[in-house]
Design a protein around this ligand. Structure first.
Ligand SMILES: Nc1ncnc2c1ncn2[C@@H]1O[C@H](COP(=O)(O)OP(=O)(O)OP(=O)(O)O)[C@@H](O)[C@H]1O
Ligand SMILES: [Mg+2]
Length: 365
């Protein structure tokens, strides 16, 4: 049986010469979490996983598993399973031998090795493939062998470093579902690394968005997408439009703002927000929150900005527009269900409309 483990990182730091790869990361990963480190290339994701696995020694800070510090525990005693990006399967061994490898190293009796290996292969739906070599498997099947090989030792933690990046788009989507299913069944605490924001949103119970060795924000996928705490997070997770706005009036739950371009915008106050008159905010509006209408059309939305269509891309389920507004800014709008709506052409005058609820104010640092 796999026992879910809680992981705590306290002010974890690591430099390689001049490069500060991890600059003081503190966070808690709860038992059974599917926790994802999301961030651009070079932001320190792999370095964090390697420190948790014990392959890289932190310069300072502490790593705790269920409250016990493991800094001085060697990797083979941490009981952590790590799947690398390139799988690193043994090409000359069969699927069965690849998966059984870790058990043989532990000198377990043959019958136990047989049983555990079969169980691990069943977990990832690879029964009947035992005799094949890795070269006789598809990318997705190789991926599952790598996963079975890691799970067979019943690790207390599962670390996955961009495990799907070698797969084609279709297989990647299929394997995402597989991963979620396996993780839920086993209830194993899983740490996942990716720079793919869509993958992070789909898979995770919680996400840490990283940049340059630091954690910018931690939250559920919904919190990260809907309430980004900085422009950097909003920009990295999904697509966004940003305006710089100043508070003109506070009216109960609403704020009347004016953008740098002079557009009046009504904004819903966020919980715990106590803005001063004249205070500036970055106003974040997602493309899917914006509708397009002809200038003479009536609309119930509080916010209206005039513009001219720069481009439209028909995607079947939606149309992506770029609309240039006064001052030259290009606003992205993603209008769904185009079958029921007019499609606007390049050069047409339109009104962008959106609700006050869909404008997320981010305090200026
Ligand atoms: N062994 C090493 N020696 C020197 N520099 C290193 C070493 N390992 C990592 N780095 C540097 O530390 C920084 C963080 O690297 P890391 O591999 O953790 O990034 P990452 O977020 O996993 O990136 P990617 O998405 O490209 O895999 C990078 O600038 C990298 O060049
Ligand atoms: Mg990496």
């Amino acid at each position: 049986m796999i026992q879910a483990t809680e992981v705590k990182l306290i002010d974890l730091k690591k430099s390689f010469g001049e490069v500060e790869a991890v600059k003081g990361v503190t966070l808690t990963i709860e038992k059974g979490d599917f926790f994802t480190f999301l961030g651009p290339s070079g932001c320190g994701k792999t370095t964090i996983l390697r420190m948790i696995a014990g392959f890289t020694r932190p310069d300072s800070g502490r790593i705790l598993f269920d409250g016990q510090e493991v800094n001085e525990v060697p990797p083979w005693k941490r009981n952590v399973g790590m799947v690398f990006q390139n799988y690193a399967l043994w090409p000359h061994l069969s699927v069965f031998e690849n998966v059984a490898f870790g058990l043989k190293e532990r000198n377990l009796p043959k019958s136990i090795i047989q049983e555990k290996t079969r169980k691990a292969l069943a977990m990832v739906d690879l029964e009947g493939m035992e005799r094949r070599r890795p070269s006789e498997l598809s990318g997705g099947q190789q991926q599952r062998v790598a996963l079975a090989r890691t799970l067979v030792i019943e690790p207390r933690l599962l670390l996955l470093d961009e495990p799907l990046s070698n797969l084609d788009a279709k297989l990647r989507i299929q394997m995402r579902h597989e991963l979620v299913r396996i993780q839920k069944n086993l209830k194993i605490t899983t740490l996942y690394v990716t720079h793919d924001q869509e993958e992070a949103l789909i898979l995770s119970t919680r996400i840490a968005v990283m940049s340059r060795g630091k954690v910018l924000q931690i939250g559920t996928p919904k919190e990260i997408y809907e309430n980004p705490k900085s422009q950097e997070v909003a920009d990295f997770v999904g697509t966004s439009n940003f305006f710089l706005g100043k508070v003109i009036r506070v009216r109960g739950e609403w704020l009347d703002m004016e953008t740098d371009e002079g557009f009046p915008l009504r904004v819903r106050k966020e919980e715990g927000m106590a803005p001063a008159l004249g205070e500036k905010f970055i106003l974040n509006i997602r493309p899917e929150s914006i509708q397009l209408a002809y200038p003479h059309e009536a609309t119930l939305e509080e916010n209206r900005i005039e513009g001219r269509v720069k481009s439209s891309t028909y995607l079947g389920s939606s149309v992506q527009y770029e609309v240039e507004v006064e001052g030259g800014k290009k606003v992205k709008a993603n209008v769904v269900n185009p079958r029921k709506k007019a499609i606007f052409e390049e050069g047409e005058k339109v009104i962008l409309t959106f609700s006050s609820e869909d404008v997320v104010p981010i305090p200026l640092k």
